[in-house]
Every structure is written in C-alpha cells, then in structure tokens.
Design a protein around this ligand. Sequence first.
Ligand code: NAD
Ligand code: IPM
Ligand code: MN
Length: 345
Amino acid sequence: MAKKIVTLAGDGIGPEIMKAGLEVLATTAEKIGFEYEIDAKDFGGVAIDKEGNPLPEDTLNAAKDSDAILLAAIGHPKYNEATVRPEQGLLRLRKELGLFANIRPVKIFNQLKKLSPLKPEIIEGVDFVMVRELTGGIYFGEHTLDDDKARDVNDYNVEEITRIMKIAFETARTRGKKVTSVDKQNVLATSKLWRRVADQVALDYPDVTLEHQLVDSCAMLMITDPSRFDVIVTENLFGDILSDEASVLPGTLGVMPSASHSETGPSMYEPIHGSAPDIAGLGIANPVSMILSVAMMFKESFNLSEAAQIIENAVEKTFENGIFTKDLGGQATTKEMTQAIISNL
Ligand code: NAD
Ligand code: IPM
Ligand code: MN
C-alpha cells in the first residue's frame, strides 16, 4: 500500500525547500520502488491568512491519519504582534501528535569543515545527536502576560522525563554509548527532578555512560570541545537554544534536519531552522536541511536505511563537486543545488 505523506510547506523559504525535498523524494522513491502519495496541507501563516487558524482541523486530521509528515518551516515577522501566530500551530501540532522526542543530528560533512568558524582541530570528529524533549516544559506551561508582569510556568513530571531519557539511552546504545544530560540543577526544581530521573534510568543501561552538564557550561563546551559529545538529552527550551548553537559547527542552519517521534503515531520531519524571511523568495535557500529530513523519514518511518544512505551520499558528493549555496559561501541557487543532488542520487 502506498504510504501517505502529509506535506506542510508553510511560510517564507518553506515552499522553496519543500519543492526541493519532494523532487529528491520522487527520484529516490523511483530508484528503490517506494510507493507513496502526497497530501499537501495549509499550515502556519498561510493558513492564518486563509482561515484565521495556523493549524486548520483538516490539516490536523490529515497529519494524524498519515504515515509521516514533512514540514518545511513556518513564521513571519508580520505576525510578531498578532494574537494568532504561526508558531502556535507548530506547538499545537507537536502536542496533538504527542511528538515528545525531537532528534537533531549534528554531523559535519568533510567538505564543510573549512566553512566552520571553529578551528579544524576543534571540528574534527564532531558527530553527536541532540535529543530534545518537545511536548513539555516552559513551552507548554501556563503563560500570562499583563501590562506590569508576566509569567511562564515550567512543568515536568517523572513520566515525561523517563520516556525522553529512554530514547536518549537507546540512541546512545546504537552509537558511542555516552549520554550527556543537560540541566540547570543548581537553580531549577524541574532540573533537580530531571537529574534524579536521568540517574534512575541510567541504572537500566550499565553499558552506557551518563554525564551531567549544567546548561551554561554545556553551551561553552559545545564550542570549545564539541567532539566530546555523543548523545545530548535536554528539556524543551534548553534543546531549542543548544541546537541552534550546534548549527554553528557546520557553519549554517541550512544543513540541519530533524525527526520528531511520538509513542505510537506518525513521526514528523523538519529542518531545525525557521522560515528565513530575510532570504525568502530569492531562490537561494539551502535545501539540504529539507533533503536530509526526507532521508531521516526514509530511515526512521519506513525502515529504508538504504534510501537514506543514497540521499546522504548524494549530498556529500555534491559538496565534493564544490557546489554550495550562499550560506555555505557558494553561488548555487536552491534549484541548482537540488538538481546537482538529484543527479548524484
Ligand atoms: P531562521 O532559522 O528562520 O533564520 C536564521 C538565519 O539562518 C537567517 O539568516 C536565515 O536566512 C538563515 N537560514 C535559515 N535557514 C536557511 C536555509 N535553509 N538556507 C540558508 N539560510 C538559512 O530564524 P529566525 O529568523 O529567527 O526566524 C524566522 C521565523 O521562523 C520566526 O517566525 C520563527 O518563529 C520561525 N521559526 C520556525 C521554525 C519551524 O518552522 N520549525 C523553526 C525556527 C524558527
Ligand atoms: C524550533 C523552533 C520552534 C521552537 C518555534 C518556531 C516555536 O524554534 O523548531 O526549533 O521553539 O521549538
Ligand atoms: Mn528553534
């Protein structure tokens, strides 16, 4: 049976990179005989403009009913002061689908090493995975905003921390067998609980080493000694910030994909970056983050590691051929980059 893939192109560069991702998906699918159908839905700012809701019920239902979801990006400064914002749709979608486990791999392609602002000897051997808790914490606690005061509540319970810890330890088992749990245990109650649960879960994984890092010093280590990490697990807000920081290592957000998993339902795949309104419509967005998100989908939703490998190799070959978009210091347009990758598939 053909797999149902819901696509959410969204705003800004979203439609440009989604198009690129779908072209790569089509060529790869043909090569390996993968059958699928695409259901494109409105989401984010475009959906607000059409029907006043960033996550229309029709979009939510299609996502729930799918085998996998591809999201490009949402958001635009024109909604900055609006009460209904594209980002609310994204948060609601993650919550409704129970996408608690956000996996953000940080790997530096050989040809990108020279583009990193960090010294080559610091970049050497960087290969880690950020496991970000995605449906709890301060993002989903009560928010109140008055003229003279505001309040955001950070909540975590043992169950929420346990399930994300298990994902981190399971991931570490398939890799370098080391988990770095990141918290602010010297100040926050939620972090005290976080650390306690991490220690508890670690007892079931004697083959995996657990280390604790405070988020502030972890932010420093990510720049001074990034190759020390294997799997980093952290709460929603810290994970958001640290994963953008991690994009400094390959030198751009434009090559960073992600996967978000729930306990039983469909998974969602999206670049970690946003809608890049500063370059939207110029045709120069780097499509690699979206294309590598498609690769993650093949591997993690459809168990087609071979297809994922074909795509990753094609991206690597394209870099070897010296084809780079502007964020990577090159001249290639989104279309040229995508065509080059397709010809290398
Ligand atoms: P951003 O990630 O959109 O852009 C940050 C910088 O990185 C910009 O200079 C941009 O041009 C560059 N960049 C990002 N992706 C790129 C790509 N593929 N190729 C080349 N350059 C790229 O962050 P921002 O500007 O802070 O946010 C813009 C909007 O995106 C906001 O509304 C924000 O809420 C939203 N956002 C959405 C998502 C998402 O959809 N998952 C994620 C992050 C931010
Ligand atoms: C991300 C984004 C989102 C987040 C925003 C757009 C709500 O920054 O996916 O990293 O903060 O989770
Ligand atoms: Mn973010």
